[in-house]
Design a protein around this ligand. Sequence first.
Ligand SMILES: Cc1ncc(COP(=O)(O)O)c(C=O)c1O
Length: 394
Amino acid sequence: MRPLSSRLSVMSGEGALTVYAKATELERRGRNIIHLELGEPDFHASQQVIEALEKSLRAGKDRYCPMAGVPELCAELARYLRQTRGLVVSADNIVMAPGCKIALFLAMMALLDPGDEVLYPEPGFPGYPSITLGLGAVAVPFTLHESRDFQPDPDEIAAKITPRSKLILTCSPNNPTGTVYTDEVQRSIAKLAVKHDLYVISDEIYARIVYGQSYVSMMSYPGMSERTLIVDGFSKSFAMTGWRLGYTVAPREIVPALVLLAINSYTCVAEFSQYAAIEALRDPAGATPRMVAEFERRRDQFVAGLSRVPGFRCAHADGAFYAWVNVSGTGLAAEEVCRIMLEEAGVAAIPGIAFGESGKDFVRFSYASSAAKLEEAVTRIQAVSTVWQTAVVG
Ligand SMILES: Cc1ncc(COP(=O)(O)O)c(C=O)c1O
């Protein structure tokens, strides 16, 4: 057999999925596992969305449909983005995709040539370096340091810009740290993008999940509307992970390139789910604000609980639904802490190295789980923490 494409050897999987596979194997063998590894809300699509889905199927909305998305949904999205992010965009700026991840993949494919350099946040979503390398481009991380509350350092980004730089990836709130970029940081990144004529892909999948502040998009800074591509979707903000609904908001001149890539890959997004998505955006029952309020309560409870575990130092982030915990105080490697938590306490979490080298002292927990499960998880971790307390003392 001839070898597979060489691009596969530079692409990587996702730590969350690896831990999930291990945890479910333990479950199959009868262990009780609290799953805090996946970035998936424990909510579901609202009743109105499900009814809209049924209605659209009965109305025969199961055909091929416009490649960029059904016009009613794109128009509703433009309205939604204006209402929730103050963005002035129209339906013509939007291309629907089967999930935010494919929107990201195709946006990067549209922008990058082999050898182009991509600046991306680390620790960050594993897809950023993986897709970059898969496209033959060069992945250049900028570090989110704990000492800076995991905010990007614009000076570091500036120092890493070269004539081959083409794209800056931003993600606010960030996975895995939950950091909501400050206005000052976003403004500085925008200035760099304008100065060096760079594109920015702003991953806004967690934009609705912010606590105590309103969201500001990278696209809203001076000079950014013509160089920013927002990728977003329904997975997190509307608890619709399995629906595979995402979209790109792009300058009008770039939209035909994204549509061409859609034609060459998925053709169009399922018509019936797009009609149901309109109802999600309208959110007549306020399902998203209720979910976000619940996440905020859980964050406060869970971060307080984890902070009491010996050797853990847990950030109190302003967005997403992750607790990002520095476990270097345990004296053990983060992978070992995760192994002990999974095998001895039945709590699944991800070693931070899955989000890049700079995450090696950390563990990511998702708190998109019930308050009772989170409390139980803390109790179980407390109980096994004697292992590293003994190790530290010994
Ligand atoms: C930062 C970030 N971007 C994109 C995605 C992908 O979202 P989707 O499930 O819509 O493909 C995720 C999912 O975990 C994510 O955390």
